[in-house]
Design a protein around this ligand. Structure first.
Ligand code: UTP
Length: 243
């Protein structure tokens, strides 16, 4: 299985730092947030990893390099225009050979082993897509699922509190079969006028694909705002800081 890490967003909520530094390179403890993602992938035996960057984000390849020092092989692909997360995933189509795991490059997870269970579940269940979810405090920041047995009956991107079909939200980790690229091509622009991955998952559900969810336990911080960046670092200092 390969890995794909979208890291081509604008990071406007973390400006002005992100005028100079991709937000995925901001530090959580002594590592860039994306480095924690690469490390988690390697722990799940994912060593072929595709990083999706924007045309101007040379900082990511400067920092991560070939991936050799993390024990992985990194390939960089460019998302030509910032058209949303689904479009970022589609940018990797030409280098993805089969099943692949997607983890957002600005998300911090603990324990580091969180990906293994998600992948094992997807493989054992012969799913077409498996969405990592957790109970979320703020439904308006996530794709929220309507669970049905172990499957997903519906998923809504950033619903209002009233619209939300549950409090189980997608938290930035997914496993897909290659069909998802076709589903993305059929996806219409949604929230913020961008191609949302949540909407592509909805297309897959409507095509009666086997779309499952798996709860991910532990710490999950979407490092999207200064407060989130502080929270992630506070967690790190309290729990893992050894120097
Ligand atoms: P976000 O929506 O949190 O990132 O995307 P953003 O657009 O950079 O943030 P703001 O709203 O401007 O502050 C989640 C992940 O998806 C990637 C981002 O890099 C981030 O890792 N992404 C998002 C892309 O790769 N391409 C896109 O077009 C959008």
């Amino acid at each position: 299985m390969q890995g794909l890490i979208p890291a081509a967003g604008g990071g406007t909520r973390l400006g002005p730092f992100t005028n100079a530094i991709p937000k995925e390179l901001l530090p959580v403890g002594n590592k860039a947030v994306i480095e924690h993602v690469v490390e988690a992938m390697r722990l799940a035996d994912i060593t072929e990893i595709v990083i999706v960057v924007s045309p101007h984000k040379h900082g990511l390849s400067d920092y991560l390099g070939s991936g050799r020092r993390f024990g992985v092989n990194l390939t960089y692909v460019v998302q030509d225009e910032r058209k949303g997360l689904a479009d970022a995933v589609l940018s990797g189509e030409h280098v993805i050979n089969g099943s692949f795991v997607v983890v957002l490059g600005d998300n911090f997870f603990r324990p580091k082993e969180f990906l293994k269970d998600l992948i094992l579940y997807h493989v054992n269940e012969r799913a077409d897509a498996t969405i990592g979810v957790a109970e979320v405090e703020d439904v308006t920041r996530h794709g929220i699922i309507m669970p049905e047995d172990n499957g997903i009956a519906d998923i809504i991107e950033k619903p209002s509190v009233e619209e939300a079909p549950s409090t189980l939200g997608a938290i930035g980790a997914y496993v897909f079969e290659k069909f998802i690229f076709d589903a993305i091509r059929e996806t219409k622009p949604g929230h913020k006028g961008e191609y949302q991955l949540t909407d592509s998952v909805k297309v897959a559900i409507d095509q009666e694909r086997r779309v499952l969810y798996k709860k991910i336990d532990g710490i999950h911080i979407d490092v999207g705002t200064p407060a989130d960046l502080m929270r992630a670092n506070k967690w790190y200092i309290n729990n893992e800081n050894s120097r």
